[in-house]
Ligand binder design. Sequence first.
Ligand code: UTP
Length: 409
Amino acid sequence: MIDREKALSIVTEYGQEHIMKYFDELSEEEKNELLGQIEITDFSVLSNLDDKANNNKRGVFEPLGAVTIDDIAANSSEYKEIGIEAIRAGKAAAVLLAGGQGTRLGFDKPKGMFSIGVEQELYIFQCLINNLMYVVKLTGAWIPLYIMTSEKNNKDTVDFLKEKNYFGYDPEYIRFFIQDMAPSVDFDGKILMESRSRISLSPNGNGGWFSSLVRAGLLDDIRNRGVEWINVFAVDNVLQRIADPSFIGAVIKSGLQSGSKVVSKAAPEEKVGVLCLEDGKPSIVEYYEMTREMITLLNEKGELAYKYGVILNYLFNVAKLEEICDRKLPVHIVDKKIPYMNENGDLVIPTSPNGYKFETLVLDMVHMQDSCLAYEVVREKEFAPVKNATGVDSVESARELLKANGVKI
Ligand code: UTP
């Protein structure tokens, strides 16, 4: 481990000397804790603050069409057949992104441990595993499930799923891996401290999932199992269809390099990232990046040209992932509420955003693909996000959608 002098030179280089303000007063154990954190922290992300306004400059956007719900219905049996065959041949795996902190939900455990049930316990993890189980039963093949956690929630997640017997999933097909952490800063770019010996670190976004999976040594597992396609999905959509044979089949049939499930926007102004082309490559434009003209533009059919919103359900090809693994993803700077230690040494839990976190996002991986099939799904059947405790995309709205889909809650 690095020593005091080395740590001091690192923090000084980045103008973060305050991190070591109390160092000489700490116990041996605390000193080691802080030195260990300084050693593993990627301070270089801080440089993204220098040119915050110009960070992530975008190219030229163009609309991208989708295979629509009607197209899919017309080709349903063929898509399913191709997908089922690929799954039976062991070519598909799934990656659950569960490293987030779910701050908006305000639940202090991993989001997947939240019970959305009303009359019975029905955990978010359970909903997702049930959905995946449906495909296991349909195909007669177990689908490897890789679960990404963070340092903050790994133990709770692993213990919980074990205690619940993985909700009936075969543990031979479940693997966990831990994502990296990045420092959080105040609005002046000073790293926040959680205590005198602990830097405020948080999960560095869901974009690092593949490199973290590789670092955890799981690429061998993927190769040994002969996996060619990975379906990446978020923890918080309880109606999520995972390893959906029809989606996998449609992407394989299309010959495109990747796929993304999309829903038609509910309204032009809906706050959702839209799958489109950027400089000729597939890309996701965030709602706040869209100009008025893009928002209202119509195509020749009189429909919104930028119509297809993403729901964080992607299909990536393993060979392509390996190729792009070392490429740097853009770093997003996000306003967040970050608990911190104040001048007096007291822990403050802020009620409004007080600083920035640095995140890379899986959606930026889409832009590294040569092509991407936009695959339209019925929103009410496949999209029930649990982001907030109440209101839009909340526990309440997800419960209604689960009920409407015949799930006992
Ligand atoms: P969100 O963007 O909703 O972030 O994550 P979050 O941290 O879970 O929630 P808030 O914003 O604090 O309320 C979308 C998906 O990406 C995963 C989440 O677990 C969720 O499945 N994620 C997010 C990670 O796996 N790691 C991260 O660092 C961030």
